[in-house]
Write a protein that binds this ligand. Structure first.
Ligand code: SF4
Ligand code: SF4
Length: 433
């Protein structure tokens, strides 16, 4: 049996270029630019000054409040700036710039042996762990839900086309990943954790099941999911695994669930068992415009340009799009001047044949967008209401429930920029409030 949700789309998975590539460590560049806003919530506050010498794994910025996260240096070296304004895929923010001395001197936190629930949560908070699937929600907040939670689901669907970093983690860090998931389970005082994996990754499913069987682990359930997009969206994953529906505007905890990402589980293991805070991550570099697609272990603050260069650069002068993230939910960036963060799962380089560069035409009222929307919205009506500056009608048609998955834009024969429409409508509603 394969578990799934209603509606959605079936884009070409396009994972073949990198899915068999082992994770490779990319040497840190001469200089890293580490963002102070790598998470949802208030940006972190610098804890170092220009001229300070730091080590990899040293705290350089402190969380500012409950919904915020600590930031650690990814290299040893000298702080050369603490307020560099640099573009990110979602706007400019302050970065701490560190000149790498090449010595890779590292400091760690004390490793925890058989930690209590409280010790795990405190360590996750201290280590600056956030949701690494893209959202960047501080994980310690999820581990202290206001509602009663009875189900933890690890989102190992990796349903976005092209991206393969979670797949490689499950294959190459099987033990650390599964034990990290069990630490998250312990932090929530639960006796079971569900790992939802799409069946297009049979080797990952086999590796997880073999580990669990070998260690005689009975509290880990591997759930085979039907390959479909957006199978890994929180609400759709919860429905697929539990058949519970998260209410409009509600959090997963409203239906007793917490969802965490594969890399978040791995980072939890590393923080608790190895004492390593979060300052580097595994990401995929792929697309038909890059010479050597790879899965890389990259230091936080590495410029996209450095990453692209390490992968041999563009294989065409005619690169049409550089996307931070996957093709469905990722964000196009102007150039390679952004720096990697805790949530940079993928850099996707597309030539015109891989990117849809068609200009939008008028809506032909085919209703295909509504037929695939996993949130049961009618995107064409929201699109037309926004075109008429009728914000009330966008609200009436439920734009605030949109999860920005991109299914509507993917299927639209008129190439309407529907996700941008949804984002713009939401922005205008917030501005009006
Ligand atoms: S309207 Fe929103 S939720 Fe529905 S398909 Fe489009 S982007 Fe996804
Ligand atoms: S899929 Fe595109 S053309 Fe068809 S109804 Fe929706 S917006 Fe209009």
């Amino acid at each position: 049996m394969k578990y799934t949700f209603k509606k959605g789309v079936h884009p070409d998975s396009a994972k073949g270029a990198s899915s068999a590539k082992s994770i490779e460590r990319m040497p840190a560049p001469e200089k890293v630019s580490i963002s102070l806003a790598q998470h949802i919530g208030k940006p972190a506050v610098p804890a170092v000054q220009v001229g300070d010498t730091v080590k990899a794994g040293q705290l350089i910025a402190c969380a500012d409040g409950f919904v915020s996260a600590n930031i650690y240096s990814s290299v040893s070296g000298t702080v050369v700036s603490i307020s560099e304004m640099r573009a990110t895929p979602v706007g400019k923010c302050e970065h701490i710039v560190i000149a790498n001395d090449g010595a890779y001197e590292t400091v760690t936190l004390p490793a925890l042996d058989n930690p209590t629930k409280e010790e795990i949560i405190e360590r996750v908070k201290l280590a600056g762990i956030v949701g690494m699937g893209g959202a960047g929600f501080p994980t310690h907040v999820k581990l202290m839900p206001k509602d009663k939670v009875d189900t933890l689901i690890i989102n190992a669907a990796e349903c976005e086309p092209y991206i393969t970093c979670d797949h490689r983690i499950m294959l190459e860090y099987t033990e650390q990943f599964v034990e990290g998931a069990r630490l998250l389970m312990k932090a929530l005082a639960l006796d079971k954790v569900y790992i939802g994996v799409e069946t297009n990754k049979p080797d990952a499913i086999d590796a997880l099941k073999a580990y669990v069987l070998d260690k005689n682990i009975t509290d880990v359930v591997v759930v085979p999911l039907k390959p479909k997009y957006p199978q890994g969206a929180e609400k759709q994953l919860i429905y697929a695994v539990t058949k519970r529906k998260v209410p409009v505007g509600g959090l997963p905890s409203a239906v007793g669930c917490v969802v965490d990402n594969v890399h978040t589980a791995l980072s939890t293991y590393q923080a608790v068992v190895e004492g390593k805070p979060l300052y580097e991550r595994i990401m995929t570099v792929t697309g038909d415009g890059i010479k050597e697609p790879k899965n890389l272990l990259v230091s936080s603050g590495t410029l996209y340009d450095n990453v692209l260069q390490y992968c041999g650069g563009f294989n065409s002068e005619n690169v049409a799009k550089l996307i931070s993230g996957g093709p469905m939910m990722g964000i196009s960036v102007m150039n390679g001047e952004c720096a990697t963060t805790k949530t940079t799962s993928c850099l996707l380089v597309l030539t015109p044949s891989g990117a849809n560069l068609t200009d939008p035409t008028e809506c032909i009222n085919c209703s295909k967008c509504a037929s695939v929307c996993p949130m049961n919205l009618m995107p064409m009506f929201i699109d037309s209401a926004l075109a008429n500056a009728d914000i009330d009608t966008t609200v009436k048609y439920g734009v605030m429930s949109c999860i920005e998955c991109g299914c509507c834009a993917f299927i639209c024969p008129a190439s309407r920029p529907l996700v941008q429409t949804m984002k713009l409508a939401k922005k205008k509603i917030k501005e009006r409030k």
